[in-house]
Design a protein around this ligand. Structure first.
Ligand code: DGP
Length: 118
């Protein structure tokens, strides 16, 4: 069973922000911003590649509510899901990083060569 499934079933603790029948939001163990919350579907889905679009419908308003609850909805925030190796996904249970509480840096490649993806 994956780490986030263990949080869902109560085998591991979490610092809960919001929960309903389908989703759970809790603070990231290693925050990368002053506010860093993880939002997950309770049912295991490996990544964004496998998620049912219907799940995303509920996820949208859930994330909006989380931003409101932690007080970053008006000041701004970033929503990220890492997918696979190149995306930097460490936990193979779909999760959205909701980051805010400060002006967030936006990293980039100085020498990005995008021609082979056109
Ligand atoms: P990613 O690299 O996108 O797979 O992000 C995984 C995140 O999960 C990372 O920011 C750290 C966080 N994390 C890992 N294990 C735990 C845990 O047991 N509890 C909590 N709250 N967060 C965790």
């Amino acid at each position: 069973m994956c780490i986030f499934c263990k949080i869902v079933n109560g085998a591991l603790p979490s610092n809960l922000v919001k929960e309903n029948d389908e989703f759970m939001a809790f603070h990231d163990l290693n925050p990368k911003a002053p506010a860093h919350i993880l939002v997950i579907p309770k049912q295991h889905v490996d990544s964004f590649n496998e998620v049912n679009p219907q799940t995303m419908v509920g996820m949208t308003s859930f994330i909006q509510d989380v931003a409101e609850i932690v007080g970053i909805k008006e000041s701004g925030y970033r929503v990220i899901t890492n997918v696979g190796d190149n995306g930097g996904q460490e936990v193979k249970h779909l999760h959205w990083h909701v980051l805010g509480g400060a002006k967030l840096p936006w990293g980039h490649f100085d020498d990005a060569e995008s021609s082979k993806f056109l």
